[in-house]
Write a protein that binds this ligand. Structure first.
Ligand code: FES
Ligand SMILES: [Fe+2]
Length: 440
């Protein structure tokens, strides 16, 4: 049933609303009014991954998180807890901090007239206070305005809506799925970003399905023929827009050499999920007498033995490891793709005020031996989508289609996306959850 998108008859007054789970109106990716509705009704009301916890290890460390026209400063408190504040001076609105760094002496100082705040947001100093009427100096009014803030999965999450549900309720079932995989213990191996000329949703949809693997990533094709690969993944969608996929029960039988070769292609192609150290460990059981029969199991055993020997706090092996090689998506814009003691993470958000640009970040995480965790991570850089020096083949292949897709949306011939019922259901699940936010 093809239904033409219609601004007027949108559900709950939402323009270009989803009418069925099989089609996505193209305007959702570039229409100005739709983008502004997201800015007003989605982003200020949803839990967002604001930064990695290890970015702010010490009291006074801060990170600025920007989303659309809002800026939030996330600050490590003297007692080790985390605070999050709207980044606007209570005097004349100047942004108090930019980027990241440390507030010296535990004081947040406005660069304009020097008003100050303690790390907990309470006002500590007003320069020339005698020049202000008492009603302009009410301590409660001078307090920095807070956001909800909580931590999970090695990250700080913020929510601008004081009435939002608690973080773990908002993210459910994602934490329960990923906690047994030890994501809390992972640290940044590298962190990079790309600016794409595409809507933030379109960019991340390239990572919500494995259906594109056959054509986009032929080197990691796992199936014996062109028909099998999409069926190798099992997709699940959850309330609140979250979703996951994992390897299905159907498996392609591979020799140890084929397995190692595929792992090597993944490592070289993205330097995430499977790292060079894992390949070395897996290769050590290639000539094991049982390798022909049970190489995957032997390889995992070897990774556990290696972790134990090196003091790496890898999570105990259990049923959750079925998610290795799969993906968990936390609505609206955060992904975790776990494998062994590693994970690949993505975050997609609008860039500037342009519905057709986004900032897409990529983290490769791993678990370090206890006591050998690295210092605070730095964004390594912002690299062009086709930069062969800084992006592996796999992300470059993914990025290569996204801007072409955004351009294609504007074709006079095109009305709406047509989605596979199972393999692309995480995309419609995300859009339907988005509409529930926009309808409010
Ligand atoms: S604007 Fe911040 S102190 Fe004046
Ligand atoms: Fe891909």
């Amino acid at each position: 049933m093809a239904v033409a998108p219609d601004r007027e008859s949108g559900r709950g007054g939402v323009p270009f609303a989803m009418k069925d789970p099989l089609h996505v109106p193209r305007e959702r990716y570039y229409d100005r009014a739709f983008f502004e509705l997201e800015r007003e009704r989605l982003w200020p009301h949803v839990w967002q991954m604001a930064c990695r916890l290890e970015e702010i290890p010490a009291s006074g460390d801060f990170v600025e998180y920007e989303i659309c026209d809002q800026s939030i400063i996330v600050v490590r408190q003297a007692d080790g807890s985390i605070g999050a504040f709207f980044n606007a001076c209570r005097h004349r609105a100047t942004e108090l901090a930019k980027g990241d760094g440390r507030f010296p002496g535990g004081q947040i100082v406005c660069p304009f007239h020097g008003w100050r705040w303690n790390l907990d947001g309470s006002s500590s100093f007003v320069f020339g206070a005698e020049g202000f009427a008492p009603e302009c100096l009410d301590p409660d009014d001078l307090r920095l305005r807070e956001c909800l803030v909580d931590t999970w999965g090695g990250c700080v999450w913020i929510n601008m809506d004081p009435d939002a549900p608690p973080l773990l309720d908002g993210l459910a079932p994602v934490p329960a799925m990923l906690d047994p995989l030890g994501v809390e213990n992972m640290r940044v191996w590298w962190w990079k970003e790309v600016i794409l000329d595409a809507n933030w949703k379109l960019a991340q949809e390239a990572f919500l399905e494995g259906y594109h693997t056959m054509q986009t990533h032929p080197q990691i094709r796992r199936g014996p023929d062109d028909e099998a690969p999409p069926q190798l993944l099992a997709y699940e969608t959850y309330a609140r827009g979250h979703s996951s996929f994992r390897n299905g029960t159907q498996r392609v039988k591979m020799t140890p050499d084929q397995s190692l070769e595929l792992s090597r292609i993944f490592w070289e192609g993205q330097d995430a999920m499977t790292l060079e150290k894992d390949i070395r460990v897996m290769a050590s059981v290639r000539d094991h007498p049982d390798a022909a029969q049970s190489f995957p199991r032997l390889a995992v055993d070897a990774i556990y033995e290696d972790a134990a020997a090196r003091g790496i706090p890898i999570a105990p092996y259990g049923p959750a490891m079925k998610l290795w090689g799969g993906e968990v998506f936390a609505f609206p814009n955060y992904f975790v793709l776990p494998q062994f003691a590693n994970a690949l993470c993505y975050r997609s958000r609008p860039y500037g005020d342009d519905p057709e640009r986004c900032r897409f970040e990529v983290w490769s995480l791993t678990t370090y031996p206890e006591g050998e965790e690295p210092g605070p991570p730095q964004l390594q850089g912002r690299y062009a989508k086709d930069d062969t020096e800084h992006w592996g083949l796999i992300p470059r292949q993914d990025f290569s289609n996204i801007e072409r897709q955004q351009r294609g949306l504007h074709s006079r011939s095109f009305e709406q996306l047509r989605l596979a019922t199972e393999w692309e259901r995480a995309i419609s699940n995300m859009h339907e959850s988005l509409d529930r936010h926009l309808e409010r």
